[in-house]
Design a protein around this ligand. Sequence first.
Ligand code: PAF
Length: 293
Amino acid sequence: MEVVREIPLARAAVARARQAGRQIGLVPTMGALHRAHESLIAAACKRGLFSVVSIFVNPTQFVPGEDYEAYPRDEAADLEVCRAAGVELVFIPPVADMYASDAVTRVHVSSLTATLCGAHRPGHFDGVTTVCTKLFNILQPDVAFFGEKDAQQLAVIRRMVRDLDLPLEIVGCATIREPDGLALSSRNRYLSAEQRQQAVALNRALQAGAVRVRSGKSNADSVVAAMKGVLAAAGAERIDYVEVVDPDSLQPVSRIDGPVLLALAVHIGPARLIDNLTARPDAAAAAGRETPA
Ligand code: PAF
């Protein structure tokens, strides 16, 4: 496994792999690697791609007051994860190399970034799309892998790639969960034992919402109320959002008559956690045997 920090060396390593007939698979990360990252790497390896992991805690996607400084950084542990997972190239650029002090260019995806996390973290997605564009340009991947836990990020990246004709495929990989349903996240390490217990409420709330959607509840407000009820019962008070949105446009829906994305962001202690689930009315409900809200 090669570890490079300079952009020209990363370009050269990727070019060598390409000359050797390999296609490039990129897993962009901010480090603090866990099993969900391993599943993205495994997806790249399974396709026989030259597997590249970038580790870069991207300052431009943190909103003022967020946890940029505190974000977990453990390069030695991350490299061990990469080595064990069979990664072939790790790219760890310094901030100053990624962002020249006089850089004035940002990549902005509108509309899709106006709701959910975009509404609560202004500028966050500009940071994500800008750094991903830079990583795509530097590492020239044929395929890049992103987790479905960050559903809005995945939708935004897909749209950016489509709109800008970027020559790569974006693959979304299923959310990896703890046995009790908590979605894996680097920020879970901020949680105390008690907060960790409380955090299970995120997935429980989504499940409660999904049960109602499947059974044909068509009023999105009532589904949101049920999800908020689960969070309140768990004592989760700082809720950024609990929403029912269209899975493609990410715009809120009021009447549920097809697949919807249930999405939430909740502060548990020092951690802001997000999760989501796609749900659709089951066949009987879709055939018109709708239950009242
Ligand atoms: O999902 C993440 O870890 C980050 O948002 C990403 C895609 C690596 C960009 O910094």
